[in-house]
Design a protein around this ligand. Structure first.
Ligand SMILES: Nc1ncnc2c1ncn2[C@@H]1O[C@H](COP(=O)(O)OP(=O)(O)OP(=O)(O)O)[C@@H](O)[C@H]1O
Ligand SMILES: [Mg+2]
Length: 222
């Protein structure tokens, strides 16, 4: 059964001078145990859809439902803390925390003992190829691709049922990208996570279980 659904979702950005119909009636369902790629050209609405699925905002019309309940009716901050990890296009790491602390952060928020949180964080950093001598560095002392991998480790360490990622491998070379996609896919299959990844890279998209294509704010395929 689907854990997350979009029903007739519309989203409109209104600025002083313009109205942009970013999503124009999106219907789709996402299941646990499955990794989905969202593809589509620049400006087609991928980030907008991902933000709504992550509960960062609510649709202008229609609904996003988590296990049947509309995110418009949820305490979204509490819901996200429990259930959702987002990997952002620009990482959103905390500048004053080390790589290890960044990765452990969601577990601190969930009140896990510090040692346990940091052991889990270290395991995930290792999985994405960050070396132990880099654990103590702040983001500005890491390369773009390393920062991106710390952001991914943070999402993995959180243990959330929903992992949503916006171009998570945009700064990585082919080998690292394939490794990240393999980790995410394994997580979906072995731990029944629902994983949704926006990507421009069709070769990577093909490594997921399902491809959803967005065109002009609508689902064109998938
Ligand atoms: N804050 C905003 N205000 C006004 N329009 C916006 C805003 N954010 C996005 N848009 C517009 O909404 C549409 C969808 O944008 P979105 O960011 O979802 O596209 P995207 O598919 O993620 O593109 P990209 O691949 O370039 O990241 C675009 O036409 C974009 O210009
Ligand atoms: Mg985008």
């Amino acid at each position: 059964m689907a854990v997350l659904t979009a029903e007739q979702v519309e989203y409109t950005y209104r600025t002083k001078y313009q109205t942009v119909y970013a999503l124009r009636g999106v219907d789709c369902a996402f299941e646990p145990g499955q990794m989905t790629a969202i593809v589509g050209s620049s400006g087609s609405g991928k980030t907008t859809l991902l933000s709504l699925l992550a509960g960062l905002d609510v649709p202008t019309r229609g609904s996003i439902r988590f296990k049947g309940q509309s995110t418009a009716e949820l305490d979204r901050d509490a819901w996200r803390l429990e259930n959702v990890s987002v990997i952002y296009q620009n990482f959103n790491l905390f500048a004053h925390l080390t790589a290890l602390e960044n990765a452990a952060y969601p577990l601190y928020l969930r009140k896990r003992p510090r040692k346990e949180a940091e052991e889990e964080a270290a395991a995930q950093l290792a999985a994405v190829g960050i070396r132990p001598d880099q654990y103590g560095r702040c983001p500005r002392m890491l390369s773009g691709g390393e920062q991106q991998r710390v952001a991914i480790a943070r999402a993995l360490a959180a243990g959330s049922g929903l992992i949503l990622a916006d171009e998570p491998t945009g700064n990585l070379d082919g080998e690292n990208s394939r490794n990240i996609f393999a980790i995410l896919r394994e997580l979906a299959h072995e731990r029944q996570r629902c994983i949704i990844v926006v990507t421009h890279d069709m070769e990577l998209a093909q490594r997921t279980d399902r491809i959803v294509r967005i065109q002009d704010g609508k689902i064109a395929e998938g």
